[in-house]
Write a protein that binds this ligand. Structure first.
Ligand code: BG6
Length: 505
């Protein structure tokens, strides 16, 4: 990662004592510091509801880095000490208006003392119901004013709870901030391997000519997780897999896979193309939801010799919850390139593998000359593996050496790690740095967020209104409800079962 001309600035983290700050944000900022990517004049200002002084907060940050950035913490002792000197703290209760007046005084004083211009990134690492509250409080005390330096806000997901609430939130944020100051983070877009999809497609001459309805039979996107909801039951029970993973991460990945090539590689051009895909999604009519979308919920099952709780037994989850922990759906993009090519998207918790991948299934050769001699089903696939074993693999048929013409599917795999001189940067490192330099390419734009909510909303409201739409149960450590295979019209077709080792069946 390389960024030039990064200006002096302050990173204010609201929710600085929370889980996200400790697990992801502080380790990412520390790594940027180690890599020499932060400006000389820079501080992190933790803004949290707990009463503590700078010294106590520095101890907390040290502790968080020790736990969540263990290697960097051990290997960079002197940089760690310097970094901690750049960490400050101010108690702010997000719901108390006056606290923002005090925050303003604090920022004025510290920026004067350290001679740092008030270029400020405000990171909203707080519960979603506080986004509009904090934004309004910032505006109230002129903390959004760009008279003395630029101001940007980073908003975590979920951005809204539905189409209407997303529009409403957007309006409220625009009361004090322009679109180019609002950075809606989707950490999937910060993943190196998601960005690599664009490079794979647009820097090579041989993928793009076949990247269309003429040669592609279907596209499959899977994000499976081995873990359950863990300690996040309270949040998850109000969200569910459709809101948690599909509305944002997986529809964004789908947009990158299916977008038209932009003429130039800049933020507007790329985001203009991805939004067109989201706006071209064929709406699923309420009466068709059960046909195109399968939802499931995990029940108790054995994982590595241990019996795991079912979802309804998880802390914070209602005992009769109907929240889905698994969703599989089929969608279509109504445009010239993709007309009638089905996209299958699936995500779930407590599945057997932790894998995120996109599989492009190509149509079979028009004439199967060796059909009788194939040892495995002839199957041409391009697999874009996002996690783990990031890379690209191509599956195709090869002659088995020796007499005759026996054909077998083989796999040519490129592992992305072979290209990286060092550890691949975490999504949050990339995204925070991008915001600091004013690059919003990998952040979701308002129109894209609205378009994906519009698509998802019909499904959510059909689930809410129609008790006949089933919620299927699946045991932990299985690939979700078997009914997800019913999304395929062809009864011999089923989901690919990916394995974390980079190979195909
Ligand atoms: C988060 C979801 O946005 O993404 C989590 O809220 C999910 O439920 C996580 O576990 C998955 O992200 P990743 O990067 O681990 O694939």
């Amino acid at each position: 990662m390389k960024k030039n001309n990064i200006e002096a600035q302050i990173l204010v983290i609201f929710g600085s004592n929370g889980d996200l700050a400790k697990r992801k944000l502080l380790p990412a900022v520390f790594q940027l510091y180690i890599d020499g990517l932060l400006p000389e004049k820079f501080i992190v200002l933790g803004a949290g509801s707990q009463e503590k002084d700078e010294a106590a907060y520095r101890i907390d940050v040290d502790e968080a880095l020790k736990t969540f950035a263990k290697n960097s913490h051990t290997k960079n002792r002197s940089k760690l000490a310097d970094f901690l000197q750049k960490v400050y703290y101010k108690k702010v209760n997000n719901q108390t208006e006056e606290d923002f007046g005090l925050l303003k005084n604090y920022i004025d004083a510290i920026s004067q003392k350290l001679d740092i211009k008030q270029n400020i990134v405000y990171y909203f690492s707080i519960p979603p119901f506080l986004y509009e509250v904090v934004a309004a409080h910032l505006v109230k005390f002129g903390l959004n004013s760009e008279d003395n330096g630029w101001k940007r806000i980073i908003i975590e997901k979920p951005f809204g709870y539905s189409y209407d609430t997303a529009i409403d939130l957007d309006k409220k944020l625009h009361n004090g901030f322009n679109e180019d100051q609002i950075y809606r983070i989707d950490h999937y877009l910060g993943k190196e391997t998601v960005q690599n999809i664009m490079v794979t497609r647009f820097s090579n001459g041989f993928f793009e000519p076949i990247w269309n309805r003429k040669y592609i039979d279907r596209v499959e996107i899977t994000a499976s997780e081995k873990i359950g909801v863990g300690g996040r039951g309270g949040y998850y029970d109000t969200s569910g897999a459709l809101r948690d993973m599909i509305q944002n991460h997986l529809l964004q990945v789908m947009a990158v896979v299916s977008m038209e090539p932009p003429a130039v590689f800049d933020s507007d051009s790329i985001r203009n193309e991805t939004v067109k895909v989201l706006q071209a999604l064929r709406p699923i009519r309420p009466a068709e939801v059960a046909k195109y979308v399968v939802r499931g919920q995990y029940i108790s099952g054995e994982v590595d010799g241990q019996i795991k709780n079912g979802y309804r037994q998880e802390t914070g989850v209602a005992p009769n919850s109907k929240t889905e922990t698994f969703v599989a759906l089929k969608l279509f993009i109504d445009n010239w390139r993709w007309g009638d090519v089905p996209f299958y998207i699936r995500t779930g918790k407590q599945l057997p593998e932790r894998v995120t991948e996109v599989v492009i299934h190509l149509k079979p050769a028009p004439h199967q000359l060796f059909k009788q001699l194939c040892l495995t089903e002839p199957n041409n696939m391009i697999i874009l593996r996002i996690h783990p074993d990031a890379g690209v693999a191509i599956d195709f048929g090869m002659k088995i050496p020796g007499a005759g013409f026996k054909v077998q599917n083989v796999n040519m795999a490129f592992h992305y790690s072979d290209l990286a001189e060092k550890k691949i940067a975490e999504a949050y490192e990339r995204l925070i740095l991008d915001c600091m330099t004013g690059d919003s390419t990998l952040y979701a734009r308002a129109d894209a967020v609205k378009a994906s909510w519009k698509f998802v909303d019909t499904i959510l409201s059909a689930w809410k209104k129609d008790p006949e739409i089933p919620l299927y149960f699946y045991e932990c450590n299985t690939w979700g409800p078997k009914e997800s295979n019913n999304l395929y019209d062809d009864k011999f077709m089923k989901w690919r079962y990916p394995f974390s080792k980079f190979k195909t069946e």
